[in-house]
Design a protein. Structure first.
Length: 324
């Protein structure tokens, strides 16, 4: 898997959401186009959206120098499981809507098949660069290989019929679709109905604080001092690097896998972090900054967390009703 600097710094909430989101659905393979309501055919309901719970990230890192570490702001950042729960509710609502219009073979892409490397967008396993010496020795700066996506898991607009596309989006080539099979189509189609029914998680302020503390921490005397010690340690290993972000100039970031030189560099990197205490110092420094920023924004963060809690409660109710 390609290694880039972007994989070492905090992931964005958008990325986590995209990793969880399946996008639009498609009819089940082999299903004939369903007749619209009122044709006298009994509906043949298919199972609802499916969640694959394999190789998901741990709640907190379980190995390496970041083991057990969780930043204060993570209490306000949606977890991967919560992101999946919210998308599951949306996919459930989409499927229910499409079933209502007679597309009883409708399926959305299985969720959870491409888990991210971290439980929240704080990306603790690699927030401060590589922190696991075993991974460094095996993969260098590359991420461990992810499981292959399931066959047929990628829906495509090309597989939908014109009727399916029209009901899904609420539009045809001639404009907005007002009715199908004698029943009114919601404005914006089943996609819009699902979005309204399920809502969505929002952690913009928490994300902003996470980014601000990450940047601010690197300007503190504690972190710059520890980084200088790390740089001296790396020089002793034969590498001229000023910061942990300079390593990508010393290996091929576009290579499909690490070579021996990259693995040697990665092992030296983590070893020097351990020797200098860089990760611990950085984490403690950033935690202090976050505690200040959280206190300054306590009310807004609490309100945002409560809104997300309501979204998740509604999502659980929606998916529970569909399962019942």
């Amino acid at each position: 898997m390609r290694a880039t600097r972007g994989l070492l710094v905090p992931l964005s909430l958008t990325l986590l959401t995209l990793l969880a989101a399946a996008g639009c659905g498609r009819p089940a393979a082999g299903d004939a186009p369903a007749a619209p309501p009122g044709t006298g055919q009994a509906p043949q309901h298919t199972p609802g959206p499916r969640v694959v719970q394999e190789d998901w990230p741990a709640e907190v890192p379980e190995s390496g120098l970041a083991a057990g570490l969780a930043l204060p702001i993570e209490a306000y950042l949606p977890t991967y499981a919560e992101t999946i729960d919210a998308q599951l509710a949306r996919d459930t609502a989409e499927t229910t809507c499409m079933n209502r219009f007679g597309f009883t073979g409708w399926q959305t892409e299985p969720l959870g098949t491409a888990p991210p490397p971290a439980n929240t967008s704080a990306n603790m396993p690699r927030r401060y660069g590589l922190t696991d010496i075993e991974e460094a020795g095996r993969y260098g700066y590359h991420l461990p290989e992810s499981p292959a996506a399931e066959p047929g898991a990628e829906p495509s607009a090309a597989t939908r019929t014109a009727d399916e596309e029209a009901v899904l989006t609420g539009r045809t080539g001639a404009g907005a679709l007002s009715a199908f099979g004698g029943d009114p189509v919601p404005a914006g189609g089943c996609l819009a109905e699902a979005a309204d029914a399920a809502g969505g998680l929002n952690a913009d302020l928490a994300e902003e604080i996470s980014g601000q503390s990450f940047t601010e921490s690197q300007e503190t005397a504690a972190v710059t001092g520890a980084m200088a010690a790390w740089s001296d340690c790396m020089a002793g290993q034969g590498y001229a690097l000023n910061t942990v972000w300079d390593t990508d100039a010393h290996y091929d970031t576009l290579a499909p896998a690490a070579d021996d030189a990259e693995r040697d560099l990665a092992v030296a990197d983590v070893s020097c972090k351990q020797e200098t205490g860089l990760v611990t110092i950085w984490f403690e420094t950033e935690s202090g900054i976050q505690e200040r920023l959280i206190e300054e924004n306590r009310q807004a963060l609490t309100e945002a967390a409560e809104r997300n809690g309501r979204v998740l409660a509604d999502a659980a109710e929606l998916t529970g009703q569909a399962a019942g």
